[in-house]
Design a protein around this ligand. Structure first.
Ligand SMILES: Nc1ncnc2c1ncn2[C@@H]1O[C@H](COP(=O)(O)OP(=O)(O)O)[C@@H](O)[C@H]1O
Ligand SMILES: [Mg+2]
Length: 322
């Protein structure tokens, strides 16, 4: 783990946004800045953190952690499912094949948990027993393992994610049955791989969100996979004891930040309270730990200003447009 001094220094100069010249038209998401070039997209992962569908501030080095973790998982899963990666020219940047995104996101869940409005536990606690077409028995407890992983899609490209079942998605004409089923199977295969890989690292992959797209008629995995932003991870060794006690799981994911906001009454409505530096630092430590635990590699940072480094790397690798 890097020094506290280096980590603290980054509090003052996180990668909040980019304004890269000559890289194409910029489109800003909650976390990533995309630059669009013919047939491809330069995805710059910034240090912005979003939860409850809102941008809540920045976490030092979060962008690098996410980009490098996504790159790692895409590499590991290439044989299981084709993905959009073309190049990783900088620690914060992935060049990807532009694809036509499916209008739904597919979430796979192995456990019942979560504090956000689209979380399984949040809904179950409020009496919901049919969630996105999955029938749930009475008597489940928070953080309990489900008999088998379930698929809980949400709509994409709407103001807020809306949970939806396979039947509703078909009835609304969002997607064909063939495409839905092919996408669902792909996600379950990826999740199964992720669960087994994480277990070998002492982690439980609890749940995760996938975004799939189509490129030349082929279904491919896009966006990010199995990162702490798109997934929950718990430590495996303490799972059973904590579950038996009804205590919170030890986790390495952005649930730490979600819970900090939820504890202050913020779940997406109104103005989020400002995140204090000690919360940003703790979140950063957790993000970095997630990278090191999952990949088994040391997290290495550079000292130059990040946006300048990105511009130099992109230029060097030929992405500057005339
Ligand atoms: N290969 C791809 N082709 C087209 N769009 C993509 C691809 N990969 C990711 N995207 C889109 O790029 C954006 C990434 O930015 P992000 O900050 O994650 O956005 P969001 O706020 O929607 O989560 C998302 O809208 C995502 O759907
Ligand atoms: Mg996103």
């Amino acid at each position: 783990m890097m020094s506290e001094v280096r980590l603290r220094k980054e509090l003052q100069s996180p990668l909040r946004e980019t304004n890269l010249a000559g890289m194409g038209e910029r489109e800003t998401g909650k976390v990533r800045d995309s630059y669009k070039q013919p047939g491809k997209r330069i995805l710059v992962t910034t240090d912005r953190i979003s939860a409850f569908d809102c941008i809540l501030g920045t976490i030092p080095f979060k962008g690098q952690v996410l980009n490098q973790l996504a790159a790692f998982w895409f590499e590991q899963t290439r044989a299981i499912a084709p993905n959009h990666v073309l190049d990783v020219p900088d620690p914060n940047v992935m060049v990807v094949a532009e694809c036509e995104q499916l209008p739904i996101e597919l979430i796979v869940r192995g456990y019942i948990t979560g504090v956000t409005k689209t979380s399984l536990w949040y809904n179950y606690e409020r009496g919901i027993r049919n969630y996105c077409g999955n029938l749930l028995p009475d008597g489940l407890r928070k953080d309990q393992k489900l008999p088998r992983p379930i698929l809980t899609p949400t709509t994409k490209l709407e103001a807020h994610d809306r949970p939806i079942s396979r039947e509703e998605a078909l009835a609304e004409g969002l997607i064909t049955a063939e495409l839905f089923d092919a996408a669902g199977e792909m996600c379950l295969r990826l999740f199964d791989f992720g669960v087994r890989y994480a277990a070998a690292r002492g982690l439980i992959l609890v749940d995760t969100k996938y975004e799939l797209g189509r490129r030349n008629g082929q279904l491919i995995v896009s966006d990010e996979i199995h990162t702490p932003d798109s997934s929950r991870y718990w430590f495996a060794d303490t799972y059973a004891t904590l579950f038996a006690q009804g205590a919170d799981q030890r986790k390495i994911d952005k649930e730490y930040v979600r819970e900090w906001f939820a504890a202050r009454g913020f779940r997406g409505e109104g103005v989020p309270p400002p995140m204090p530096d000690d919360v940003r630092l703790e979140a950063a430590r957790r993000y970095i730990q997630s990278y090191e635990t999952i990949t088994g590699r040391e997290f290495v940072v550079t000292d130059e200003p990040v946006e300048e480094r990105i511009a130099a790397n992109l230029q060097k690798k030929g992405y500057l447009q005339k």
